[in-house]
Design a protein around this ligand. Structure first.
Ligand code: SAH
Ligand code: SF4
Length: 391
């Protein structure tokens, strides 16, 4: 990718409203789809087969028009078109960074907006998706945490982000062509806007659709959910989703973590670590990723590195060091490269892999923690934060 390539900024002209009225088929589980088909008159004994057919059209072929579902009779197609829509969130703008990173601003019902980021790498292509508009949590280094408005995304809006990225990448299979195993969109990370474990059911149901072998068919090993530490939901994630887990760790004492990740006041390090110790065996997953944002003079000392290694002893782990991505008005500075390397070295000598995350898409504000839609820039008041989080 040419690092000097210009940023392109396509503004698409779109209707402001999502279709209203007929029910959206996107986002339904197979059982839910069966129920709604029966309700509109599809014979009960055919319903399961119809679900299989429709499912493949929607999630394997990426078809958006009932007329193209050629293995269904004309009358079934007409019934579907009368009663249902195939509705995705709408891409409002698309920016492409000099490094190939793509950032989509996506509009959902109610006129809210979330961001989705696609990051191409040599061995994979990762889509970073959002789970909420804004975030009720208020991590002090995170731009999303200063955003006022919050609502949970629906299952359709979550799976829809993967589908619209596949549209843009031109990645739906072509009939008759062999299946391309080198996918452009090979991995999904729930690291965009929002706390996924505060929208558990919708995130779970959307990931079930993404993993379904008759459709998008992403392996659970290629999906990583990042949480700030909603301890009671961590065990459920292992049992009900089984994906990879990343944890926004960021500090090695409760005193510092209380300030950086305020949810720590409710579930402190000792509780969090216990939940993490149990995760791999319940989910049969690989290592847990410990995300650690490097903030100058706050959490980046040699003593922090040594404490970190000690705290996570016995947990299959990799540590992902994230140079702080600054945003206008941010109260922290990024640690120097030398400091980050010294920190990484201590971790590496303790036997952990400690990649330093390369900021991507910085020229289009697409890096971790910078996501925040331009329409919603008001800072929350302390009182609002307290009311929302109960902290
Ligand atoms: N709410 C979830 C997932 C979204 S944040 C969570 O907190 O885990 C994805 C990652 O980016 C988290 O590890 C988060 O702590 C980190 N992050 C947030 N703001 C950042 C910033 N300004 N610079 C670097 N990383 C940041
Ligand atoms: Fe929310 Fe995650 Fe940002 Fe914290 S780091 S405010 S949990 S999005």
């Amino acid at each position: 990718m040419d690092a000097n390539a210009p940023i392109t900024h396509d503004v698409l002209t779109i209707p402001r409203k999502l279709p209203e009225g007929p029910q959206n088929l996107i986002g339904l589980s197979r059982d839910q789809m069966r129920d709604v088909l029966i309700k509109v008159g599809i014979a009960e004994k055919q319903a399961k087969m119809r679900v299989n057919q429709i499912w493949q059209w929607l999630y394997h072929w990426g078809v958006r028009d009932f007329g193209e579902m050629t293995n269904l009779s004309k009358s079934v197609r007409a019934t579907l078109a009368e009663n249902f829509v195939i509705g995705l969130p709408q891409v409002v703008t698309r920016q492409v960074s000099g490094d190939g990173t793509r950032k989509y601003l996506v509009r959902i019902a109610g006129g809210h907006e979330v961001e989705v980021v696609y990051i191409p790498e040599t061995d994979r292509g990762t889509l970073c998706i959002s789970s909420q508009v804004g975030c009720t949590l208020t991590c002090s280094f995170c731009h999303t945490g200063t955003q006022k408005l919050v609502r949970n995304l629906t299952t359709a809006e979550i799976i829809g982000q993967i589908m619209l990225a596949r549209d843009d990448l031109g990645e739906w299979p072509v009939p008759g062509a062999p299946r391309d195993e080198n996918r452009l969109l090979s991995n999904v990370v729930l690291m965009g806007m929002g706390e996924p474990l505060y929208n558990f059911e919708n995130v779970r149901d959307a990931m079930k659709i993404a993993m379904d072998p008759e459709g998008i068919s992403l392996s659970r090993r290629r999906i990583t959910l990042s949480t700030s530490g909603v301890v009671p939901e961590i065990a459920r994630t292992a049992e009900e989703i089984g994906c990879q887990l990343a944890i926004s760790f960021h500090a090695t004492t409760d005193e510092v973590r209380d300030k950086l990740v305020p949810i720590n006041k409710r579930w402190p390090l000792v509780d969090l670590l216990e939940a993490l110790r149990n995760y791999p065996k319940v989910s049969n997953s690989e290592r847990i990723t410990f995300e650690y944002v490097m903030l100058e003079g706050v959490n980046d000392s040699d003593a922090d590195a040594r404490r970190l290694v000690k705290l996570i002893e016995g947990i299959p782990a990799k540590i992902n060091l994230i140079p702080f991505n600054e945003w206008p008005g941010a109260p922290y500075k990024r640690s120097s490269n030398n400091r980050i390397r010294a920190f990484a070295d201590i971790i590496y000598r303790a036997g952990y892999s400690s990649p330093i995350r390369k900021p991507r898409g910085e020229d289009i504000m697409a890096a971790c923690g910078q996501l925040k839609s331009a329409t919603e820039r008001a800072r929350k008041t302390r009182a609002e934060i307290a009311a929302e989080t109960g902290l």
